[in-house]
Write a protein that binds this ligand. Sequence first.
Ligand code: ZN
Length: 495
Amino acid sequence: MRIGLIHVAQETNDFNPELTTLRDYESFGLHLGADVVDKCGGMGQVGGHLAAITESGLSVETVPIVRAHAVAGGRVDTASRRYFLDVIARGLEAAGRLDGLHLQLHGACAAEGLDDVEGEQAELCREILGPNVPILLGLDHHANVTARMVASVDAIVGHRTQPHDPFDTGLIGMRLLLRMVQEKLSPVIAMRKIPLVTHQEKFLTAHGPMKAWFDRAREMEKDPRVLQAAPFPMQPWLDVEEGGWTAVVVTDGDRALAERLADELADHAWSLRDAFLEREAIGVDEAVRMADAEPAGVVVLSDTGDTVFGGSAGDSNLLLESMLRQKIRGPVLMPMIAPKVVARLFEAGEGATVTLPVGGETASRFFSPLEVTGTVRRLGEGPVRIAGYQHGEVDMGRTAVFEVGPVTMLISELRGVAGNLPDVYRAYGIEPTDYKMAVLKTASNFQFFAPITSRVIRADTAGPGQSDVYTLPWSRLPRPIYPLETFTDRTVSRS
Ligand SMILES: [Zn+2]
């Protein structure tokens, strides 16, 4: 049995104006052909794919085509979009006869002038492979599942947890694809759009309404006729024509059952819609004071509006401004993505004292530059090795450690993983446990700092990834959509 493997993933934030380019993919490793397995074999979704083959005991040849990942960010530029279409087309044409395709995409990727990048990619795969080769599509559960995706593939699986476990998604996806090929299953997909967009606070699947919704999907999968039940709570920064949450149910040949369960899964989310909208972030000044008053660290201060893992630009200075104005004790670790600042600090050199504006380089709709004076402690560049991370190493571009009063800033050219993993600081000679607070550019992915975290405080900051969906500058979402409009009928017609 020969199975093609394609992995291309980026999550788009429409409120970050900076386009995502091939360099953003290259900073997480862009691998083609045999390198896909050689470089990423044990990790992430590719690792899960391979583990499913091993546990099956079947003789399966993986035909790897591409593995590319970029951190969430602005829309993908046309050059990258065309590049991946070309890589996919050439890879599938050169692959020879395939018995199936394991297509691992994100599902919330938009490009310049195109809302549904993955729909285009999935359709291309179907065109090349024809109607008879099963295609299994694995998606991030923040995906915006579209009619074009559903029409182009045979089955869809989604991440089962937030924080995500991509290995698990690769494993369940490949298990299902192997069954589809071996047992000649006839999967049917039912999809329901849910007119809902919510703040980010309730996305974790371990608690509250999101746990209830995902548990319901797992219950449905106990019926052997159900191949997959997948909730897709779209991430709240994708401003696209078909945007909104989705419920997907895949059954083996039972159309009526799939349609009924998809309705049930959608109704369940809809019934919880107000619970999904509860907030827990606190005001910026209060969050800063609260963190500074803690007896010991490391207090994680989540810069929710500037979440780089949610596609923000990473150039917020709102917490920095509050810390300096309130004359906190700290010490604090804080990342910032600011190529112009990095250039100035490299010009000045290690040991120099520099006064310059920082912040608002990219997301100028949300932030204005703040003038600060600090000392350049260290300069560096090149890939940073991160133990146990699904990408192995990450290139942050040129990076400067810049001390501004009680704040140690790690300012980089590329967004990479911002300062969301302690090893990024360690690569620059900084031990995070020596600090009272660490500002994280994520609103959900606290797992990497968790072993050294004393407390998590979410600051209600503005920015391209802000939690407040009401004031984001939406222009393309179909309306009405809850809670931007208030209504009670989930099946309301939208335009
Ligand atoms: Zn996600």
